[in-house]
Design a protein around this ligand. Structure first.
Ligand code: GLC
Length: 513
């Protein structure tokens, strides 16, 4: 099986968040399983020189973006058995940030057209293209409606992963002709229309062979008006091809036994190092060195999505308890300002660090006791996985990936890997925090057990990769596959796939053949 991942970001080259981490990890893991994997990315200006220098220029051609004729260079880099193809165009990608420009629609229209045309130029024709988020979600539509005449592309199947449904790529219908060079039939018949715009993500949901998201709960939640951001209707319609797979965690980077960011490493069987990490953290943060006061930590983007309006509402209340509060992150300037203000009032209890610092983040995951993550919605979330791995118990809003990965403390059975609240209000968040503080201070043995439970959870990519492989095989083998790949497959794949086709998809596939 031959795969091509398409994404706007990918660690270690450039990333702004969890999407970059996933694209940095999953292809690498698949390559370990002898799958042929490539990743296609824009060549962003921020790519570190060390990687830039290793790239080999393999092709140049031009791409029509509507009436424009744009240069497209292809740089290739082989790393960890994955081939990375970078789409080079200075006009579109030589910018300080990855996103946030007035012409993002045009930039990612170019990227998608270029990556499709690239496959032929570099002779990498995958069996499956795995698209990620709206930046690449028009690819299945384009393969169907614009490039269907290219014979070698006709058997390519597509998987679209939604990492965050809030960002959809909504543009006026004129971009169909102006950027993609296609007619507006699919806008007028409603297929890719949302309100009076075209919507990249909706197009992806309708045209991709499979749609998945990064946790089971989020896959369910986005089919409701509370979380679907307007796309709940189309997701209900296409639910037969919608699934959820929880992201993994890079166990090599996030390992308390070997993390070079830590002064003292530690493990499940020897937790002494964690105490030293706590002491070091208190020193760095200028807080009193106290083993008995739980450190409640936050490492996050400071946004409404992450629930910081709740935290700000309760922070002063929380600081009345015998606790320390440590925050690392940047985001909404109003949030940054309010946190800083409160820390000035409570210098001995509260340390606010408005910055981005990867090493400090690891020190916080290791040195803290409680990790607060009250996201309003959370497709998967990574920080709760890291904190559990470091024995720092998460307090989470039980939603999306947080619900699927953190088992809330059960005071009867004394089980769990963290604490949860299901109603998204400051009061319930505070109740969960109070429960955590109580167990930390008064039930030390139970706390230790919970730490051990958390640390022994398996959130490795190994497990998630197996689920992705099954997903790919469902569409690949259904459509023929290769004899050698077919040999060991259980018959269940074919049955599952047949049963879950939506009628609209059937129509699309029939047309394509
Ligand atoms: C987005 C989501 C986050 C998820 C990540 C990777 O950033 O907000 O929950 O973990 O994508 O899938």
């Amino acid at each position: 099986m031959k795969l091509l991942f398409a994404s706007a970001e990918c660690a270690p080259f450039f990333k702004t968040g969890g999407l970059g981490d996933v694209i940095g990890a999953l292809p690498k893991e698949l390559a370990k399983k002898d799958i042929e994997v490539a990743v296609v990315l824009p060549l962003h200006k921020t790519m570190p020189a060390a990687y830039r220098e290793q790239c080999e220029h393999i092709a140049s051609f031009s791409v029509d973006v509507g009436w424009r004729n744009q240069f497209c260079g292809i740089e290739r880099l082989q790393l960890n058995n994955v081939a990375y193809y970078f789409i080079d165009n200075l006009y579109y990608f030589n910018r300080d940030n990855l996103y946030g420009y007035y012409d993002d629609g045009e930039r990612f229209a170019f990227f998608q057209l270029a990556l499709i045309e690239m496959m032929q130029v570099v002779d990498y024709i995958p069996d499956i293209i795995h698209l990620n988020d709206f930046h690449t979600a028009m690819v299945p539509f384009l393969l169907n409606e614009k490039y269907h005449w290219i014979e070698s592309y006709q058997s390519i199947r597509t998987v679209l992963t939604i990492h965050n449904i809030e960002f959809q790529g909504q543009y006026s219908p004129e971009v169909l002709a102006d950027l993609f060079g296609v007619g507006d039939r699919r806008y007028h018949d409603g297929t890719i229309r949302y309100e009076n715009d075209i919507n990249f993500l909706k197009a992806g949901i309708v045209y991709a062979d499979r749609v998945n998201t990064v946790s089971h709960s989020y896959a369910r939640e986005i089919q409701t008006s509370e979380f679907g951001c307007g796309l709940e209707g189309i997701l209900q319609q296409e639910k037969g091809k919608l699934s959820g797979i929880v992201n993994g965690l890079d166990y090599e980077i996030n390992n308390p036994e070997s993390d070079s960011a830590l002064k003292t490493t530690y493990s499940l069987t020897d937790l002494n190092g964690k105490k030293k990490c706590k002491k070091e953290l208190q020193e760095i943060m200028g807080l009193p060195i106290r083993e008995d006061a739980p450190i409640i930590a936050v490492v996050s983007r400071l946004t409404h999505q992450k629930g910081f309006h709740l935290v700000l509402e309760e922070l002063e209340n929380l600081l009345q308890y015998d606790v320390q509060f440590v925050l690392l992150g940047t985001g909404d300037p109003a949030f940054e300002h309010q946190f800083q203000l409160i820390s000035e009032w409570y210098p001995n209890k509260c340390s606010i660090n408005i910055t981005f610092d990867v090493t400090l983040a690891q020190k916080i995951y290791a040195g803290a006791d409680i990790f607060l993550m009250p996201s309003r919605f959370e497709p998967c979330g990574l920080s709760q996985l890291i904190s559990m791995r470091y024995g720092t118990l998460p307090v989470v809003h039980e939603i999306g990936g947080l619900k699927d990965t953190v088992e809330p403390y059960n005071p009867i059975e004394k089980t769990g890997t963290g604490f949860g609240f299901s109603l998204f209000t400051p009061y319930y968040m505070m109740e969960a925090l109070k429960k955590a503080i109580h167990v930390y201070q008064l039930e030390k043995d139970v706390w230790k057990e919970l730490m051990k439970n958390a640390m022994s959870q398996d959130f490795s990519w190994e497990t998630s990769t197996e689920h992705y492989l099954s997903l790919y095989k469902e569409i690949y083998l259904k459509d023929g596959g290769k004899a050698e790949d077919k040999k060991d497959q259980p018959a269940a794949f074919a049955t599952l796939w047949d049963g879950s086709y939506s009628s609209q998809r059937k129509h699309l596939v029939q047309r394509r053949r």
